[in-house]
Ligand binder design. Structure first.
Ligand SMILES: [Zn+2]
Length: 112
């Protein structure tokens, strides 16, 4: 991939990462410090809280994908499928710059 394009995806990924970190901070702030208090007060977390926790989990997964994509830009392997090594289509990268797999592998592996 050309340097200019790599640079373009690099800045998009950085912006996305910043946004995600900001969002995760917001979620973390909304989760009470002690979800499982020790001792007798073992109350089940509310549904809303569970949703927030699972949202935080999927956000941190996305953050890992973005970090991995940034590493791949550094290593100059960005744009190649991590599974089969084929080029990931530009349409796909434009939609999901952090995509680590081509559409074919993503489909066959389910939601990665
Ligand atoms: Zn692939």
């Amino acid at each position: 991939m050309q340097s200019a394009k790599l640079e373009h995806y690099h800045s998009r990924l950085l912006a996305e990462r910043d946004q995600l970190i900001h969002e995760m901070d917001r979620i973390r702030d909304s989760i009470p410090e002690e979800v499982h208090p020790p001792g007798e007060h073992e109350t089940a977390p509310s549904e809303g809280l569970e949703a927030d926790v699972s949202l935080a989990t999927s956000e941190s997964q996305r953050l890992r994908d973005i970090e991995a994509a940034l590493e791949r830009i550094k290593a100059r392997t960005f744009g190649k499928c991590a599974n089969c090594g084929r080029e990931i289509s530009e349409a796909r990268l434009r939609a999901v710059p952090s995509a680590l797999h081509c559409a074919t592998c993503e489909k066959s592996a389910g939601a990665i």
